[in-house]
Ligand binder design. Structure first.
Ligand code: CMC
Length: 435
């Protein structure tokens, strides 16, 4: 369903008055279309952080941040985590519908067919410093894919979007597991065609020649849930990076690499690792109240990691599912994580405090996910790489939508506040020694 032009907004500045169209989205949200504003008035709009700017039309993901709603292609995430697997959601995001049995079979074949990265790329892993962060390695490796898979012009990828999606999500899964194995000095484990997407990843991470990995169905189910919940989130920072870079008609791999780099920041995907570091700090200190006070202190850079969101002004629906699954999974595997108790106490204290209540700050997707990853045996420096793995289909879907809608190159304006024209006397007098 396309947005409809329904109304006009009138902007008045002094004697100047201009009518601007108002478009209405399929869920009723309205936007003033300012595309012609500068041409008509010489005015531009100012919106640092783009918090009040709809940068595109999109049919992929719907969020209602006031009501805590998140839907992919119209389907609530609560339903998706109950009924389908991550691979189905990847297909859904890119195609707009869930796959039929035949489409799913074909897509799974493509995932298997593309699961090996070019063998020469393996040598790259030897050259990174041992302590390099997996997100830095992944961003580099994905960028390098354009050199190894050169047939990446936008048109051919959009025409064969299944192959492009399968290649990206399958190879990056292999890369992520290789990064981990190299970091612990163990031999890499290759993907297997007889395993599902998530089981394959777990096997590549944890199988070893001396201790075969026992794949637990509950862990596979949980990984599917986590990946589904992170698979897309409309115009967040990394997806916007993908759209901006992609608008210059850069190849898909470079755009994904930009997405990974944006995601690595602690205010975005990097928050999942930062949450665990924070919880450990609180556990060692023992005083939850002290950290609540620090988070409220404007002179202290400390923030509650995993709290707050640009769009959600209510409990993040992903965090609600993750918290529920976290408690259930830890019980199932008889694992007691003291950080879960710290997280619960911190959440309770924050949600009872007027600072957080007044600013509508609730746990976000990153608050409990790290505790689950820990319970699955995934090391902390891999948490954000897990987020990246999950977000790949979302990035591909947005890239495809952006290419398909023939987006102009993204090139915002600015309000210049620097110096006026400088005259010749600003140059330092010539140094006689240099003449
Ligand atoms: N702890 C303490 N105060 C906070 C926090 C927090 N986590 N988040 C926001 N605030 C305060 C902020 O200081 C400001 O207060 P005031 O109005 O008095 O100046 C107010 O709440 C609004 O915050 P903002 O920074 O203007 O909000 P934003 O929409 O620009 O930022 C955010 C959103 C997610 C970057 C921010 O809430 C934050 O830094 N959270 C911690 C990092 C985090 O968990 N990031 C993961 C985000 S969700 C997953 C993802 O996108 O990857």
């Amino acid at each position: 369903m396309a947005a409809t032009a329904s109304d006009t907004a009138t902007l008045t500045l002094g004697d100047l008055s201009v009518n601007l169209p108002v478009v209405t989205g399929s869920e009723g949200e309205q936007a003033v279309d300012i595309t012609s504003l500068r041409e008509k008035t010489k005015l531009v709009t100012l919106d640092p952080g783009l918090g009040n700017t709809a940068s595109c039309f999109s049919k992929i993901t719907y969020i209602d941040g006031e009501r805590g709603i998140l839907r992919y292609r119209g389907i609530p995430i609560e339903t998706l985590v109950e009924k389908v697997m991550f691979v189905d959601v990847a297909y859904l995001l890119v195609h707009g519908t869930l796959p039929t049995a035949e489409e799913r079979h074909n897509f799974s074949q493509l995932l298997n067919f593309n699961s090996l990265m070019h063998e020469d790329m393996r040598h790259f892993f030897d050259l990174f410093p041992h302590e390099a962060h997996p997100m830095h390695i992944l961003a580099t490796m994905i960028n390098a894919m354009a050199a190894f898979y050169p047939n990446v012009d936008s048109q051919s990828l959009v025409e064969n979007i299944d192959r492009a999606t399968a290649r990206v999500i399958s190879i990056v899964r292999t890369m992520a597991a290789f990064v981990y194995k190299k970091s612990i000095g163990e031999p890499v484990v290759y993907p297997r065609h007889d395993l599902s997407y998530c089981a394959n990843f777990l096997n590549m991470m944890f199988d070893s020649p001396v201790k075969p990995y026992q794949i637990r169905p509950e862990t596979v189910r949980l990984l599917n849930i986590l990946l589904i919940l992170h698979a897309d989130h409309e115009q967040n920072c990394s997806t916007t990076a993908v759209r901006v870079i992609g608008s210059a008609q850069v190849n898909l791999y470079a755009t994904i690499s930009a997405g990974i780099s944006a995601l690595s920041g602690p205010l975005h995907g990097g928050a999942n690792q930062a949450v665990i570091e924070m919880l450990r700090m609180i556990q060692q200190d023992g005083d939850v109240g002290k950290f609540i006070r620090k988070a409220k202190d404007k002179d202290d850079p400390f923030r509650l990691m995993g709290f707050g969101h640009r769009v959600y002004k209510i409990y993040d629906p992903r965090a609600a599912i993750i918290r529920r699954e976290c408690e259930a999974y830890l019980k199932t595997i008889h694992y007691c994580d003291p950080l879960l108790d710290v997280a619960r106490r911190l959440e309770d204290a924050a949600l009872a405090d007027s600072y957080f209540i007044d600013r509508h700050l609730y746990p976000n997707v990153d608050f409990y996910s790290g505790i689950l990853y820990r319970a699955m045996g995934i090391p902390e420096n891999m948490f954000t790489a897990m987020f990246a793995l999950a977000r790949l289909p979302g990035w591909v879907a947005h890239w495809q939508e952006m290419i398909g809608s023939r987006t102009k190159i993204v090139r915002p304006r600015q309000v210049y506040i620097g110096k006026g024209l400088q005259t010749a006397d600003v140059f330092p007098s010539k140094n006689p020694l240099l003449i």
